[in-house]
Design a protein around this ligand. Sequence first.
Ligand code: HEC
Ligand SMILES: [Cu+2]
Length: 331
Amino acid sequence: MTCLANFAGLFPGRQTPLRPVGPQALHIEHTLVLVFAITTIVYLIVMAVLTVGVVRARTKEPLPVPLTPDPSTERRASWAVGIALGITTLLLFIMLIDSFRTSHQTAVLAAQPAMKINVYGHMWWWEVEYPMDEEPYRMVRTANEIHIPVGAVVDIHGTSRDVIHSFWAPNIHGKKDLLPGYQNDLTLRVDEPGTWRGQCAEFCGLQHAHMAFDIVAQSRKDFDKWYVQQLTASAEPTTSEAAHGREVFLTHTCVMCHTVRGTSANSHVGPDLTHVASRSMIAAGTLKNNRGNLTGWVANAQSIKPGCRMPPNPMPASDLNDLITYLESLK
Ligand code: HEC
Ligand SMILES: [Cu+2]
């Protein structure tokens, strides 16, 4: 992606509006660069004029203020103020028109046929649903990780299950508030494969800062592979530890909040765990998904993300160990 003043090389981050990877973020970056350039130049000119004025006033003898204004000085002053006013108005209009153009251009994608994804904001994680199949039971549900094909137009239907959240992946698009009881749509496209990070952008309570997500843009082939894998029910345990771990899972409170398709656990208070091991992070970008973190999380999520909606789960170490082995088998 290129831009007037291409910032891309300077800002390689995967969570920055200065490295756009989709058409809308590119338009937003154009506006940002334009406004930044205009305001910087104006600022420098104002500072220069001010400096000249101050230096002159200090070096010259102060003149007595004339009793009647001198018409020629007055005329010159009126011209100067008039021209400055004209330029200011013109610049404001340039920025206004450009920002109108950007908001139009970020919306035009919406007219194209798109793949639909439902995103629900929760305190403090993101539920993601792929209603791509006619059969409701063949619905891929995941959390905090949105896979999309590169170059595909994607329609995010966003809403909230509790308070107001805001969906923001700055490399891709602007912010979109997710409001309880309302549906807000955000159409986007990502042109560069990669994992682009997003973050809740509306203060939503204690763990607002730990409410991140990843948009994984991958080739159509990789996406299809991922999707087909996600459609399958959970893997059957292949070892006695994992089998015991599943037993632990199904006989503890986990089932009151989580779903593991293919088992009797079928609740939607917390993230769907059918393929939890396929995700790279847990707890909305808070922790890398590895054995140590998973164990700490399941044992006492409150010590990691205080206030989160998952209670501590005291249990014998051997049970916990087998439970984690089971969770890690849910690829
Ligand atoms: C009262 C509801 C509740 C119970 C009971 C519960 N959880 Fe959770 N769990 C949640 C919520 C809510 C989250 C998301 C927390 C967040 O990220 O803020 C979560 C997150 C998780 C995650 C991370 C998933 C991800 O992709 O981020 C795992 C793994 C998990 N729970 C496992 C378990 C296990 C195992 C048990 C039983 C021992 C259990 N949970 C019991 C509500 C619950
Ligand atoms: Cu939020």
